[in-house]
Design a protein around this ligand. Structure first.
Ligand code: IPT
Length: 296
């Protein structure tokens, strides 16, 4: 039988596990088996790669966030065995299949602006992640194009528990944001839980937009508006590439599009939100006045 290797980041996370599932099913359909090696840190990629090569895999898929030099080093070491990377920057000189992060970020911002939201907070992924950095940069660019800046920025580790904790922080500022753009659906789940605990209605008082559209996101309460990355398609196309004869010779960078899936966690800015902002502005004016009077 033909054997493929998959080196993946934490499979407890929804996105990598759904990619692994798609890889496994498509490989089985093609009569190939998949050896999976899970790493907890990018530094573990090298020993994982050596181990899989020793087991004579004929091609490798790497779904771990990697800096350019690290990915290039792994590809050189594996040669002539072809390697395809799923979480690298376009500047890396390696074969890659990645989702368009800038497009996803723009779609999220445009959606919120079209609903009348202006006070938008950002919950990014870990700074060590290539994809998280690309999404954050895309949000900031799209906001700047509209003459806006994020009202607050926080960083999480992709997990729901971290989304919950950082959600509480973002909801405790002086002014409640109109909306929060979240870098993945699992953190969005945690943010919605924090909103519920604070008695803040989603989408009545705040809109939440995720990123991923993992299989469960339509079942959140309310169903999550999010940016869809078609993980099944990514897994399937990866297997096709890995099994195609001559993959090693063809240097390819494949970019997959993403789409906005509008569900019920986002809605038009309400007059209540507008009133609250007017009140907040009046209070700020009063505070300034009181300061001036105190000085005089
Ligand atoms: C990325 C997911 O969007 C995010 O939710 C998280 O699971 C992360 O993976 C883990 O590395 S998708 C990836 C192919 C960039």
């Amino acid at each position: 039988t033909r054997t493929l290797g998959l080196i993946t980041t934490d499979l407890a996370l929804h996105a990598p596990s759904q990619i692994a599932s798609a890889v496994k099913s498509r490989a089985t359909a093609q009569g190939a088996s998949v050896l999976i090696s899970m790493v907890e840190h990018p530094q573990q990629c090298l020993p994982a790669l050596q181990e899989l090569l020793a087991q004579r895999v004929e091609a490798l898929l790497v779904n771990v966030p990697l800096d350019d030099a690290h990915a290039e080093q792994l590809q050189a070491l594996a040669s002539p065995v072809p390697v395809l990377f799923l979480d690298v920057a376009p500047s890396a000189q390696v074969n890659s299949l990645v989702f368009n992060a800038a497009l996803g970020a723009h779609l999220g911002v445009e959606h919120l602006l079209s609903l009348g939201h202006q006070h938008i907070a950002l919950l990014s992924g870990p700074e060590s992640s290539v994809a998280a950095r690309a999404r954050l940069a895309g949000w900031k660019t799209a906001l700047a194009q509209a003459g806006l800046e994020a009202t607050a920025v926080a960083h999480g580790d992709w997990s729901a528990v971290c989304g919950y904790e950082k959600g509480h922080v973002l909801l405790s500022g002086a002014v409640l944001p109109d909306a929060i753009l979240v870098a993945n659906d699992q953190m969005a789940l945690g943010v919605m839980r924090a909103c519920a605990e604070k008695g803040i209605a989603v989408p009545g008082q705040i809109s939440i937009v995720g990123f991923d559209d993992t299989a469960d996101s339509a079942w959140f309460s309310p169903p999550l508006t999010t940016i869809r990355q078609a993980f099944r398609e990514a897994g399937e196309r990866s297997v096709e590439w890995l099994l195609a004869p001559g993959s090693a010779e063809k240097f390819r960078q494949i970019q997959l599009p993403v789409t906005l899936i509008t569900r019920h966690s986002s809605a038009r800015r309400t007059s209540r939100q507008a009133d609250r902002e007017d009140l907040a502005q009046q209070l700020r004016n009063l505070a300034l006045l009181a300061e001036q009077l105190a000085r005089e």
